[in-house]
Write a new protein. Structure first.
Length: 172
């Protein structure tokens, strides 16, 4: 029960941060961090695929509704939720994964966890910004948006993951 409450708080805090801070943060046209992806990345490792896809779709629909993005978030988060189990199998050996655990730098190693975050965020941002532009005319600008936004998102999600996983592991 406490994990359910922790994940509800994780979703609410990332949604509020996304809507109140990162959507209003205007440094450059090429910088648009989408930090809510951390919710999908930090879901338990033993979560059934159907639940993972359901939560991914739910997060995407909620963010589309709040950001007015007309399905872009839903498509990108569903793809991330779909790819996540395969990515975990590729990055981690099976005996390294404990049932019921959550992906964290302490459990999986900092380098591998960072690789995991970078791949998920790059995939999400590539799909999101490519669908947003829907044109090859601004391919360079889109690529720049993907790289800069992904770098900033990885920084903030790494910090957020460190805070969330340390609190959740301390309570377990």
């Amino acid at each position: 029960m406490s994990r359910t409450i922790a994940y509800i708080l994780l979703f609410l805090s990332t949604a509020v941060l996304q809507l109140c801070l990162f959507d209003n943060l205007w440094v450059s046209v090429c910088l648009d961090p989408l930090v809510y992806v951390i919710f999908i990345a930090l879901l338990p490792l033993d979560l059934p695929a159907v639940a993972l896809l359901g939560l991914g779709g739910g997060v995407g629909v909620a963010m589309d509704f709040m950001m007015g993005a007309a399905g872009l978030n839903t498509i990108a988060t569903l793809l991330v939720a779909f790819v996540r189990p395969g990515l975990l199998r590729v990055l981690y050996r099976r005996e390294d994964l404990r049932d019921g655990g959550i992906p964290s730098p302490e459990r999986l190693g900092r380098g591998v966890f960072l690789d995991y975050l970078v791949i998920l965020i790059l995939l999400h941002h590539t799909v999101f910004f490519a669908l947003e532009s829907l044109s090859w005319v601004h391919a360079l600008r889109t690529a720049l948006r993907i790289v800069t936004s992904s770098a900033v998102t990885v920084f903030f999600t790494w910090a957020f993951a460190r805070i969330f996983t340390s609190k959740l592991l301390a309570r377990s």
